[in-house]
Design a protein around this ligand. Structure first.
Ligand code: PRX
Length: 651
């Protein structure tokens, strides 16, 4: 968690890695690209947009009615046609779109032609069930090929998808489905995770007791155990596509029609449905995928994220497919059956480009170099990192032990809201530094400002803001324009507030320092402190709760909960376990607090505001700052004492 001091803090990194000359000579991004984009950023984006296939070409580039953007708004296109039909028509039908590797070891390849056929059949199946243009469809699936098929089928018929990460609980499904009134829910019987079966359909059954808008639940068979199927509502995937043609007329979509919603945590308990539309989003993800990952025709590319998060949407599904890439999809965890699974996959498919998260890299470091060393990783030529700040040590380890000291490392900063990568090296042009995302991409306007909205000179830190619209930017929050304006556009006029602290060194490189708001980043997952607090206070024995993030060696941040109980209840180890479990059940296991401390009182100001800064200091074991505004200063001494004996789990 970034504090005021954190924003001021300066680290010094002197290691510089210029692009290898042979890489630079062949790179997709060549010198001049920044200047070209800067000369006319709208023309730059329009030229990328024209690389897509339009059913009706656009004549307008940007209409900016701050803070609402429209890009290419008189053009028409279909995202699925751009991802699939275009390549098949161009003679690339037999090209592999995905190498699929299931956790139990099942493997197969899916060509562009096969993917198109599967998508068309499923799209026809959806239409037959009554799903139509303008609807919203929820998708709650494991990492199986049916997941991208379901997304693309929705795109084909003009229904917006709302993918809900498979780790979320039934309650989280309910909130998301009801917020946007989804008409269908696509899931699987179960999923595989570290050899265990995850009860996806059962979670949907639980959720569907409270989601009246859902007319149909379509269930892909992944594991094969029997699941309940409710007559008239539930349909097996194989029945939905049974007898369906592999031809399906795509809808003509306006560039500004909704392509998908993706819910993300904000500073309140209610997740925000981030809206992404068709033309601008595809322009953003195809261009950045091509430039940042330097994608070449014969590359095998692997983004090891989950499609349930934005990284998977943009860099497993839409970016790579629109670029005609060959990608890997892996269903399970990196330690199943052993800790070398990822490296085995890299070797098997001769992966050239790998994109993963700092948490994963730090975990691999902990496991030891013997696991990657068992495999031939010489096919790799480029490495990417995403999701949280990467510490220089992890960056160097990644470069040395995975990249063999020869691959450029691109640390890519972006958000669900930005749709695509915003700040990142271009691997053939940029000199990289361990731990820095380096520079904004061509066409992107960024600044760092202080509390007074003044641009901070090089060498200083502050709030990162985006200073001009970009094609893949969010178009707002589903059903809540006010929250959109308030969250992103109100603190500094005419600037998009990303919510991250960042500093620029004297060379202008960007160094991210974590969130400045009440959002935690645990293993690259955005989790709101408020969401966890409200889950805790729902428990009958809890009176009040405050949640903060604490620095964690592996997961970036860990969740720390301070809980005061009703009456004279002092709590117990068992109750601590029960409360942590309660949060996991309520929101999803990945949100389970790692630390939990009981306290008689939470530290509050005289006006009754919980003093989070103080709690963060206590959680981190730091010297305490000024506590003079505290209503009852004995609370702090008690908390410090208790924090030493806190209930703690190593999950
Ligand atoms: O705090 C930043 C962090 O992740 C947040 C966005 O989270 P989400 O919308 O879930 O998207 C994650 C995948 C793009 C940001 O506000 N973040 C993401 N990438 C980086 C990062 N922080 C530092 N460096 C990064 N490369």
């Amino acid at each position: 968690m970034t504090t005021a001091q954190g924003i001021e803090a300066l680290s010094h990194e002197h290691r510089h890695f210029p692009p290898p000359p042979d890489f630079a000579a062949k790179a997709n991004a060549q010198p001049g690209i920044y200047e070209e984009a800067e000369a006319d950023y709208q023309a730059f984006w329009a030229s990328w947009a024209r690389k897509l296939e339009w059913m009706k070409p656009f004549t307008k580039t940007l209409e900016w009615n701050e803070p609402f953007a429209k890009w290419f708004s008189d053009g028409e296109l279909n995202a699925c046609v751009n991802a699939l039909d275009r390549h098949v028509r161009g003679g690339k039908g037999s090209r592999i779109a995905y190498y699929y590797e299931g956790e139990p070891g099942d493997r197969w390849t899916i060509t562009y032609q096969q993917l198109l056929d599967d998508v068309c059949r499923f799209a026809n199946g959806l239409r037959k069930l009554g799903v139509k243009k303008g609807d919203r469809v929820a998708i709650y699936m494991p990492m199986i090929p049916e997941l991208p098929v379901a997304m693309l089928a929705c795109a084909r018929i003009g229904a917006a998808h709302s993918v809900i990460f498979g780790g979320f609980s039934p309650d989280s499904i309910v909130d998301r489905v009801n917020d946007s009134q989804c008409v269908a829910l696509i899931t699987a019987d179960q999923g595989w995770r570290r050899g265990k079966k995850i009860a996806l359909k059962a979670n949907c059954d639980e959720a569907m007791k409270e989601t009246p808008s859902i007319k149909h639940c379509i269930v892909a068979k992944r594991v094969g155990d029997p699941v309940e199927m409710k007559e008239g509502r539930d349909v097996w995937w194989h029945d939905a596509i049974g007898g369906q043609s592999a031809q399906c007329e795509p809808e003509r979509m306006n560039a500004e029609d909704l392509l998908f919603l993706l819910y993300t945590s904000g500073t309140t308990a209610k997740p925000k449905g981030i809206k992404h539309t068709t033309g601008g989003y595809l322009t953003g993800v195809t261009s950045t995928h091509k430039l940042v990952f330097d994608l070449k025709d014969d590359d095998v590319y692997w983004c090891a994220a989950d499609i349930g998060w934005v990284t998977g949407h943009s860099y497993i599904v839409y970016g790579p497919l629109c670029n005609g890439a060959t990608s890997v999809i892996y269903e399970g965890t990196p330690d199943f059956p052993d800790k070398d699974r990822l490296w085995e996959i890299v070797e098997r498919y001769k992966v050239n480009i790998l994109y993963t998260a700092p948490t994963a890299i730090r975990t691999f470091m902990k496991w030891g170099v013997e696991y990657p060393q068992k495999h031939d990783l010489s096919s790799l030529r480029l490495l990417g990192s995403v999701g949280e700040p990467i510490n220089p040590e992890a960056w160097m380890w990644y470069r040395d032990h995975i990249g063999g000291g020869k691959c450029p490392v691109v640390d890519t900063w972006w958000q669900t809201e930005t749709g695509g990568i915003m700040i990142s090296p271009l691997p053939g042009l940029t000199t990289t530094l361990p731990g820095s995302a380096t520079h904004p991409l061509p066409g992107i306007g960024v600044d760092i400002v202080n509390d007074k909205n003044e641009s901070v000179p090089l060498g200083g830190g502050g709030y990162i803001v985006l200073t001009r619209p970009w094609p893949s930017m969010l178009r707002g929050i589903w059903g809540d324009d006010e929250r959109y304006k308030e969250t992103y556009w109100s603190k500094f006029p005419h600037k998009y507030l990303a919510g991250d602290g960042c500093r620029r060194d004297h060379e202008g490189n960007y160094w991210f320092m974590g969130r400045i708001d009440d959002v935690m980043n645990v293993s690259g997952h955005r989790i709101s402190t408020t969401e966890i607090e409200s889950a805790l206070v729902e428990h009958p024995r809890v009176a009040e709760a405050a949640v903060v993030g604490k620095v964690d060696d592996v997961t970036g941040q860990a969740i720390v909960a301070f809980v005061s109980l009703r009456g004279s209840d002092a709590g117990s180890h068992d109750l601590g376990d029960e409360l942590r479990k309660h949060v996991g059940e309520k929101l999803g296991k990945f949100t389970t607090p790692k630390y939990l401390t009981f306290t008689q009182e939470l530290p509050k100001t005289r006006s009754g505001k919980i003093m989070r800064r103080l709690l963060r200091d206590i959680a981190e074991g730091r010297m305490l700052g000024d506590t003079t505004t505290l209503a009852d200063s004995s609370v702090v001494a008690e908390l410090q004492e208790r924090a030493k004996t806190e209930v703690h789990t190593e999950e």
